[in-house]
Design a binder for this molecule. Structure first.
Ligand SMILES: Cc1ncc(COP(=O)(O)O)c(C=O)c1O
Length: 305
């Protein structure tokens, strides 16, 4: 497929019963809700639970919805954007069992997986022991994030069973959409997966240093109210004092105006995240230090007049 978002669209239109609600864990990568809306599907948000060292699935809520709604499509994002948490085997196994029991399916977006830090173990959902996960899961991934090659268009879909493969081969829509993958992207993805491990290790090492800088800043310099250190990728999810957002679209607008640093507004990831910002740290160390210093100074200076 050309990219992960196209894959999501196409799996939903070609394989998923349009009557099924789409269950998304929140805060959520904004496109998940947008795609469901664009396709006229009803969506259900289930808030992740914030534990001291990671965000985790609220399996009780998930089960409650499955009991009342019947089969659902669960769109899972693991590692999770925006929190950077990596879901653990126990919760994944329980989720698979619940969804299977209620006759639903899972699309597991694992595009951030190559960027898991050594302290975390990313388990592909479809690889969980037993049949319950693999037979209900479409895995979508890409080398685009870890090797920074989004622009050259290539993503991978791993189908749940042979019938799904036959349906793919028989669908003009799927064949035509996958034809728009670029040859350069496919060659680059193969090079990344087959020969890019050493380079990736050095990137993860560098990002781990950046993550430590963000964590230190979140615990000392910035008036952060809630912060869970990411276990993968280059995203930090920071809860800030309510006053920062007042008079602005939210705290990210304050940071943009007062510190000239661009972050994403938490509200874009779900209504209950309005006091959060998502700050990416896939940049060089000096730029990151400067950005954090500027944010800290802007916050010390109080509201922008
Ligand atoms: C979880 C997640 N899925 C999908 C995408 C988009 O991927 P693509 O550019 O391949 O559509 C992103 C990019 O931000 C993402 O974070």
């Amino acid at each position: 497929m050309p990219d992960v978002v196209t894959a999501l669209f196409r799996i939903m239109t070609e394989y998923i019963n349009p009557e099924w609600p789409v269950m998304v864990m929140t805060p959520a990568y904004p496109k998940f809700f947008k795609i469901a809306d664009a396709l006229g599907r009803r969506s259900i948000g289930v808030e992740l639970l914030r534990e001291p060292s990671a965000f985790t699935l609220d399996l009780e809520r998930v089960e409650g919805h499955l009991k009342t709604e019947g089969p659902c499509l669960v769109v899972l994002c693991n590692p999770h954007n925006p929190t950077g948490s990596v879901l653990k085997e126990g919760e994944l196994v329980q989720l698979a069992e619940l969804v299977r029991r209620h006759g639903g399916m899972v699309i597991s977006d694992e595009v951030h997986a190559p960027l898991a830090y050594p302290s975390a173990t990313h388990l592909p959902f479809a690889s969980l022991p037993g049949e319950s996960a693999s037979s209900i899961t479409f895995t979508i991934t890409s080398a685009s994030k870890a090797w920074n090659i989004s622009g050259i268009k290539c993503a991978e879909v791993i189908l749940p069973h042979r019938n799904a493969v036959a349906a793919w081969d028989g669908s003009e829509m799927l064949r035509s959409t996958s034809n728009s993958t670029s040859t350069l992207g496919a060659v680059a993805a193969m090079a990344a997966y087959l020969d890019g491990a050493e380079w990736l290790d050095s990137v993860i090492d560098y990002l781990a240093g950046n993550r430590d800088v963000v964590s230190l800043s979140a615990r000392t310099e910035l008036p952060v109210i809630g912060y869970v250190e990411p276990e993968a990728s280059y995203l930090s999810w920071l809860e800030l004092p309510e006053w920062l957002g007042q008079g602005n679209a939210g705290p990210a607008e304050f940071i943009s105006r007062a510190a000239r640093v661009s972050a994403m507004e938490g509200a874009d990831f779900g209504p209950v995240s309005k006091d959060f910002v998502r700050l990416g740290f896939a940049t060089s160390w000096p730029v990151l230090l400067q950005a954090l210093d500027r944010i800290a100074d802007a916050i010390k200076g109080g509201p922008v007049k």
